[in-house]
Design a protein around this ligand. Structure first.
Ligand SMILES: [Zn+2]
Length: 93
């Protein structure tokens, strides 16, 4: 039996088994998202410990900036909806 090809990132604890990335939690993930969310993050002094090939590249993965932008958008939509409902209710009085 062949030994499976296992690679581990010493910075974020992510593991690649036969080229498929698994988060430290055990969930499968993508190299780009890992790079954007974990490997590109400081401390940059530990960057050499990272095994993600996409770290520091234009990988197009998820980043915290993208995630918080998405949350801001949701937040705004919720406020608008609340305001709309409130106006609707007030109109009924
Ligand atoms: Zn890493």
């Amino acid at each position: 039996m062949d030994t499976p090809d296992i690679k581990k990132c010493h910075k974020c604890g992510a593991t690649w088994i036969e080229g498929q990335l698994y988060w430290a939690t055990g969930a499968p993930g993508s190299n780009a998202d890992l790079a954007g969310l974990v490997c590109d993050q400081p401390p940059i002094t530990q960057a050499h410990l990272c095994s993600n090939d996409l770290r520091g590249t234009q990988h197009g993965g998820d980043t915290w900036e993208k995630r918080s932008a998405k949350l801001d958008q949701l937040d705004l939509e919720m406020r608008m909806e609340t305001l709309r409902l409130k106006k609707e209710l007030e109109g009924d009085l």
